[in-house]
Unconditional design. Structure first.
Length: 438
């Protein structure tokens, strides 16, 4: 009874039922967990971002200037074969373009027009010069007179030679007769048939005859020498007159202006029927079969460009070999004028005053440290470069050597594989470091 009562007390309503509050665990709502997860993720992202940005902020704080990568050009220092060259813009000109001049004062008659095609020897123009024609006729007449006088003197010389020979022959006859008479006188004198006076007279006659023939011979020789001198003088006068006539004849022939080459009429310097002076330019002829390129190069290359060095001529997308054939010794406007000839057949389609590009090869070197050429050379004076490393460009002293159209030789200050800024350095104002942003 007591047990039953205890059980009834423990299970009865009056005794009360024990709840599960002591074993329950409070569970948070799902929204609170998501919020915590977002916060933790954000904190992690901020931490990672800080780790990434810190080096950039550190480098940015150390840089003295900032520039965008889009505003610069970068090149890598390489090692290889270096060709020193110079580029120039050239103008196609005719290698042979003679100008014709007036040989004398007169009136010109043109037989061609500008742009006409002519052959060598074609008559281009004529000059009517009455004064020159009159002088030629006068000198031709003087030449005829001189030649006539020369022939007259030569005939006179022959006549006088004959007379001298006649005198010598007569003297020879007289001496023969005198010697014969002397022999007779000697025989008669021995026979005492004649007096001493007659014998001595015969001897005197022989001496006189010998003296006469000797004088005749000497006089003939002297007179022959005089006549030869006079003939030589007149002969020289004739030759001089011939040269004068030939010169005038050449000038008269030059009044007929003919083309010295096959080509095209260039410029006409005078009008039809115009009066021209002596040595006045009349027209020019362009030889279309031979072209050269006239170039202008800076005066700094004057000591390195010489005759015969190779060159390359670019025309219509193709390159043709050439040679430097002339370089002016005079500097004009800080430029030197030169001529480059095609080393071989010239390309077709060339025209007078056409623009082409010329590259002159000065020298070549092997295994040279070099970098692409850029405005940094001028702005830095060839002594400064900015070496780019991990977004920071550091200023460095360099020393450059020879330069070409596309590259410059590096002598000191840079290493192979380094990257430098090749654009203008003037915007950095001498900063030691420059931060390059993306």
């Amino acid at each position: 009874m007591q047990l039953a009562s205890k059980n009834s007390e423990s299970h009865g309503p009056a005794a009360g039922i024990r709840d599960t509050s002591r074993t329950d665990v409070v569970i948070e709502r799902p929204a609170s967990r998501r919020r915590l997860l977002v916060i933790l993720t954000a904190l992690g992202a901020v931490l990672v971002l800080a780790l990434l940005v810190y080096p950039l902020l550190t480098r940015w704080s150390q840089a003295e200037a900032t520039v965008s990568r889009d505003r610069i050009r970068v090149a890598t220092v390489t090692r290889g074969d270096f060709v020193r060259d110079v580029g120039a813009s050239g103008t196609v000109v005719a290698a042979v373009s003679p100008t014709m001049f007036a040989a004398a004062e007169g009136t010109v008659t043109l037989h061609i027009h500008a742009g006409d095609t002519v052959q060598k020897g074609d008559l281009l123009a004529e000059i009517d010069s009455p004064d020159l024609a009159s002088r030629l006729q006068q000198e031709q007449s003087s030449l005829q007179s001189a030649e006539t006088e020369f022939e007259r003197q030569r005939i006179e010389f022959k006549r006088r030679q004959f007379e001298n020979q006649q005198t010598i022959d007569l003297a020879q006859v007289r001496i023969t007769a005198a010697e014969r008479e002397l022999r007779r006188a000697e025989a008669a004198h021995k026979a005492r048939a004649i007096s001493v006076q007659d014998y001595e007279k015969a001897r005197d006659d022989v001496d006189t005859a010998r003296l006469e023939i000797r004088h005749a011979q000497q006089n003939g020789a002297l007179e022959a020498e005089v006549m030869e001198f006079e003939l030589r003088t007149n002969e020289l006068a004739v030759e001089r007159q011939k040269l004068l006539v030939a010169n005038l004849q050449r000038q008269v022939d030059q009044l007929h202006i003919v083309s010295p080459v096959t080509g095209m009429i260039g410029n006409l310097m005078v009008e039809q029927k115009a009066t021209v002076a002596r040595n006045q330019p009349i027209l020019s002829v362009v030889d279309l079969s031979a072209f050269e390129v006239e170039i202008q190069v800076p005066e700094s290359y004057g000591d390195t460009i010489s005759l015969g060095i190779p060159a390359e001529i670019s025309f219509s997308g193709q390159t043709y070999p050439g040679l430097v054939t002339a370089i002016s010794p005079e500097v004009q406007n800080n430029q030197l004028t030169g001529r480059v000839r095609f080393n071989g057949d010239a390309p077709g389609g060339l025209r007078q005053n056409q623009r082409v590009s010329v590259r002159i090869v000065l020298e070549s070197s092997n295994d040279v440290l070099m970098v692409q050429r850029g405005p940094f050379l001028d702005s830095g004076g060839g002594r400064v470069a900015y070496v780019l490393n991990d977004g920071i460009a550091e200023r460095r002293q360099i020393r450059v050597g020879a330069s070409s159209i596309n590259a410059v030789q590096i002598l000191d200050g840079l290493q192979e594989g380094e990257s430098i800024i090749t654009s203008s350095l003037s915007q950095y104002d001498g900063a030691s470091t420059v931060y390059v942003t993306d």
